[in-house]
Design a protein around this ligand. Structure first.
Ligand code: PBG
Length: 293
């Protein structure tokens, strides 16, 4: 009678790679790998049955433009070369915020405004450099208008997962700590979406479809189940949802205090996200799921 099932094939694990490895306990569950430790981790994931990862890089140095993002010898590019030859789909997050000294997802223009259009060329440069280093799929998360089209023009054959409706959310806290990407001034409300809007999310999806996206993604997941459902009903493309760091850390923290059972709470959350209409889910529980399912 069960209508919704969890299958490891439908999950993507985020992997952070930086200059030094850091343990889970230091980063609210978001362990960080170095290029050197990544290979062994990937082997273990393949052995457990994990099918796909999404890579985030923390560079050694940051600058105004985020030039580490498209450096051929950059952290994600080196990680991609390290990961080649395994039965693992390699997705990369395309954004500048981990690479810019100010922590914004685009370059800063006059009066501390983000310069949307000047950022597009840097994003497509980044995506191209990921693909040249071995990425199978690129996932732009910056929320600049027109970035899917700019990347599509450069990379006609690369699958693009568009973070179509990415909300300016309080639930990215642990990620920003792990990725060292908190903005140095202001916030991301100029380019990320207002949590109050669902019709606008559908317009964002529509634009990404028109620009050549292969997959639409909604993020975060649990506070936005209605948005997932609305996008599922309106569009035919595969739909993804990102169960973000704060959603994960809340359950971890509550479980650590004995307030709830982590496994049950995680399985219930992920089932709800799929029931709402997501075809696949980006989740920090993906590795644990391998033993739970
Ligand atoms: C980069 C990016 C963020 C996340 C994914 N890509 C952070 C942000 O927009 O501030 C958040 C993921 C998470 O919290 O798990 N722009």
């Amino acid at each position: 009678m069960r209508e919704t099932r969890l299958d490891l094939d439908d999950f993507v694990l985020p992997l952070f790679v930086g200059p030094e490895p850091l343990a889970n306990s230091e980063l609210a569950g978001m362990a960080r790998h170095s290029v050197e430790t990544l290979g062994a981790e990937a082997d273990e994931l393949v052995r457990l049955g994990v099918k796909a990862v999404i890579l985030f890089g923390i560079p050694d140095e940051k600058d105004e433009e985020g030039s580490g993002a498209w450096d051929d010898d950059g952290i994600v590019q080196r990680a991609l070369r390290e990961l080649q030859g395994r039965d693992l789909v390699l997705i990369t997050d395309v954004c500048l915020c981990e690479y810019t000294s100010h922590g914004h997802c685009g370059i800063v223009g006059d009066g501390e405004e983000i310069d949307n259009d000047a950022t597009l060329e840097l994003l497509s440069r980044t995506a191209r450099s990921h693909v040249e280093a071995g990425a199978h799929v690129v996932a732009p998360s910056d929320m600049m208008d027109g970035r899917v089209g700019a990347i599509r023009e450069d990379l006609p054959d690369t699958p693009i997962i568009a973070y179509s409706a990415k909300y300016a959310s309080a639930f990215y806290g642990p990620f920003r700590e792990a990725a060292e990407s908190a903005p140095a001034f202001g916030d991301r409300r100029g380019y990320q979406m207002d949590p109050a809007n669902v019709r606008e999310a559908l317009r964002e999806c529509e634009q990404d479809v028109a620009e050549g996206a292969d997959v639409l993604m909604i993020k975060p997941a649990l506070p936005y189940l209605d948005v997932i459902r609305a996008a599922r009903e309106r569009f035919d493309l595969p739909l993804a949802a990102y169960n973000v760091s704060g959603e994960y850390a809340m359950v971890k923290a509550a479980a650590a205090k004995g307030f709830l059972d982590e496994r049950q709470a995680a399985l219930e959350s992920l089932t709800a996200i799929k029931r709402a209409g997501a075809d696949f889910v980006v989740s920090y529980w993906t590795k644990e799921l391998a033993s739970w399912l």
